[in-house]
Design a binder for this molecule. Structure first.
Ligand code: PEP
Length: 254
């Protein structure tokens, strides 16, 4: 179902106490739509889950391994995420792809496992600057989608949130122009329509991510292809994130 959503990706920031303080502030100031999904580091998941109980704010994780359990030292399973209260998980973030070498094949296994274990994926795709400069943006995104969603049924793909995150915009302060982001979102919807037919692309929530800030969310949010945002750096301060949420709310007239 297509929804308006703002995701907070805390990356590798916030101790448990710092996370609780931020989550309490967000809980106090945010209510209703756009929907909020907070993705703290693993160590704070349970505590943030407690803070968010009795609120509309939802909890997600930033990563996991696709097996249910086993001898996989240092990894976290989907069962464990659910146990800690996570309903969503980010999969295929460019920092996982580029720093930790996660390829489309692994990302596909994670997407399938998340759905099987009833955790809703936030599936990230996006091109590097050299891809864009070489005119390869659409080819790269298409490959990430085709290989990432391999062997997945339409019914399962309908449960996924997609985040278009151009790698050159993440953590750089250089956001995509609203028109550039909108074009990529449109292309993603068309690709999904080609793969699954019957206008599936129009029913999927697609978020933009990459240096979202208080001063650019309004213009991005006004684009009808863009259903919301995935926010990294600017989600680490309560006031900035609340302002971004309020501006997205007004841009979307909700
Ligand atoms: C992200 O973490 O996916 C992200 C978009 O980060 P930032 O907002 O800091 O660019």
């Amino acid at each position: 179902m297509r929804e308006k959503i703002l995701v907070a990706n805390w990356k590798m920031y916030k101790t448990i106490d710092e996370g609780i303080e931020l989550a309490e502030c967000l809980k106090e100031k945010i209510n209703g739509r756009p929907k909020i999904i907070i993705c703290p580091p693993f160590t704070a998941l349970s505590n943030i889950n407690e803070v968010l109980s009795n609120s509309e704010l939802e909890l997600g994780a930033q990563n996991f391994f696709y097996e249910k359990q086993g001898a996989f030292t240092g990894e976290i399973s989907p069962i464990m995420l659910k146990d800690a209260g996570a309903k969503y998980v980010i999969i295929g973030h460019s920092e996982r792809r580029n720093i930790f070498g996660e390829a489309n094949e692994l990302i596909n296994k994670k997407l399938i496992s998340a759905i099987e274990n009833e955790i809703l994926p936030i599936f990230c795709v996006g091109e590097k600057i050299e891809d864009r400069q070489a005119g390869q943006t659409e080819n790269v995104i298409k490959r990430q989608i085709l290989e990432g969603l391999k062997n997945m049924s339409r019914e399962n793909v309908e449960k996924i949130i997609i985040a278009y995150e151009p790698v050159w915009a993440i953590g750089t302060g250089l956001n995509a122009k609203p028109e550039q982001a909108s074009e990529a979102h449109k292309f993603i919807r068309e690709t999904l329509n080609e793969m699954y037919g019957d206008k599936l692309g129009e029913n999927i929530t697609i978020l933009y991510g990459g240096s979202i800030k208080e001063d650019n969310i309004e213009d991005l949010g006004k684009m009808k292809e863009i259903d919301g945002g995935l926010v990294g750096g600017a989600s680490l301060k309560c006031d900035s994130f609340v302002t971004i949420w309020k501006k997205l709310k007004s841009a979307k007239n909700i």
